[in-house]
Write a protein that binds this ligand. Sequence first.
Ligand code: ADP
Ligand code: MG
Length: 734
Amino acid sequence: MRVGRAGPPHRRAQRSVADVVGEGERLAGITLRELRDKPATELRSVGPKLATRLEAMGLTSVLDLLEHYPRRYHDRTKVQDIAELAIGEEATVTGEVKKVSVRRPRNRRPMVEMEVFDGTSYLRLTFFNQEYRAKIAEGTEISVFGKVDLYRGRRQMVNPAIDVLGNPGEATTGVLLPVYPQSGKAGVYTWELRKIAAEMLQRVRVRGFADPVDEDVLRARGLVDRTTAYADIHRPATTGEADAAKSRLTFDEFLRMQVGLVARKRALERDRSGIEHEIDGPLVSAFHAALPFPLTTDQERAIAEITADLAAPAPMHRLLQGEVGSGKTVVALTALLTAVQGGHQGAFMAPTEVLAEQHDLTMRALLAGLNVPTQGSLLGERPVGVALLTNRTPAAERRRIADGLRSGDIDILVGTHALIYEGVEFARLGVAVIDEQHRFGVEQRDLLRGKGHEPDVLVMTATPIPRTAAMLIYGDLDRSELRSLPAGRSTITTEVVGSLPMERSPVYERLRAEVDAGRQAYVVCPLVEGSEKLEAKAATEEYARLAAEELAGLRLGLLHGQLPSKEKEAMMTRFRAHEIDVLVATTVVEVGVDVPNATVMVVEDADRFGLLQLHQLRGRIGRGAHRSWCFLLADPATNDAKARLQAMVDSSDGFELAERDLEIRGEGAVFGERQSGWSDLKLGRLPRDEPIVVEARAVAESILDADPDLERHPQLREEVEDLLGDAVEFLFKS
Ligand code: ADP
Ligand code: MG
């Protein structure tokens, strides 16, 4: 069967387009929503059995299939003849599978062996630990990429990457052959997906796609129209066509997101129903006067920006971005106290219990001696009321908090996501601060907002996010930035050290010397993805080992997520009070923990951590006046891991590291899974597509300038609604 662009039309009686898309709409171009509403089974090439298999891959509608894009294009001109392969080289070949066999040597891993023939010669493929490869039928055409080596006098590839190209017995033709993400588990193969794509394109040919973007905009940016784009991404004649199609469809993905974000931002700005806070009250001035340090210029600027928002009738929706240790807490407290001095309440939500506890302590310390004026009390004022609410708050305390929130005796409630639970009701929530936002999603942000009547919202993050990524994640927020650290911070020396005992011993020597000099240290234990329990176990063992060996005689403490909160709290208090020299911990110390006397950070198995996580950990030291050391213990096995560790040595600038991280890891680094609704990208990738994001932002703004409710862009509006779901309802007037 020919699948190429110029393939013959289907011979069998064609159902008319109207069967698929409905009579009345025959002439207008097809919209994505129409295809979203068509089950995949309406396609002739999708029978009930295949439909079940497709469903297992999450493909249920015609739109799902249309947007199931080829993973790559197999270029026949780039293929080598097996007869010409040189030993030691990496190469791509295609051929027919002639023989498949499985061997299960005793006490060894099972092996699948395959013979591939391409007309010039045979190549042997050997797969270890990939028994499913044996399912590939003899006679199947596959493409193979791997390194050629010699085994018992014959050329072979071990564990090469392979793609199944054709149905057994059917040879494929065409220069560029789309290879789809297939699923061995679901049993869906690329040739089936190619057939489906061919049918879809055939059936939409008459009507074509309606284009949500005006022609002049497309022309100005050199973008192809949508009909061409969908045809060419599935069946390009040249790589140029495939690239142009990809650019257009990537642009659409970012455009939808940006229209949603810009519209959300503008809707918030138009809103006049927020609280006009009293900004020149006595509480804030007293708070600033009592600080043991002058504010940095950045802090002053951020406070001015926030204060202007608080005074205005539009509810604030602002992101405060600042390096670890840049002093965001003081800025946040200023916002909270502005609410309090006008008779409102503040909420402060942190991502973990340890952090919530720490913030609670910090706030109490900073607020000591500050009073709120009251009507009821004899003296006409009372101390600022702060309470802490986490999952572990006992029932009696919860009830007390509930009462205090209702009566208004609690001015500031600090806590974890327990804050957004039902039953937590504020009398007059005026300002909500969300710390370390990237761990919370937009929904949680909205839930906290919902605890008051249009409170002002300040979102804080220490994750330095590259500009374009921020445009995606926080595109609906205004931004303030703390770029410079408060003066008097010390330098941190970062070293990567091998994990052998001999290599580590200088690390422990340095640590001991620092403790002798009156400083403190952290030892962070290996990350065990997805298991707090195993992490806790590792930390406990390391604690015991260090106490018996290298760090014998020092005062060690143990901190991990499995400890009851009382114990965690007690441990942090003792470490802060310097009753403990070395804190052996899991990543619970990752964010926010603030002990300026700590000058040494040892990270075990540092190659298991992400770059920004390492940066956060390093942020725990160098917070005081003393020179500090960060030791990353690792024997990195992969290039990515090496690159991450080198980046840590090279730079201490969070923004720079974020850019590096994005390069190393791709956009996964900045989109937590929680952000999925806002980052449903099938083609778009950062930082590669940064220029497209910037263009999409500009187009989104100009469209919304001219047509704020998208009345003249109904289709674009539909697509934004379908992308963002309910979250988008309030954006446009209907
Ligand atoms: P962040 O939350 O941004 O990581 P913090 O608010 O915890 O940083 O501040 C880090 C440390 O710096 C705290 O000990 C804080 O008291 C101190 N600090 C904050 N602002 C200043 C300032 N202007 N000058 C000196 N130290 C400051
Ligand atoms: Mg902080």
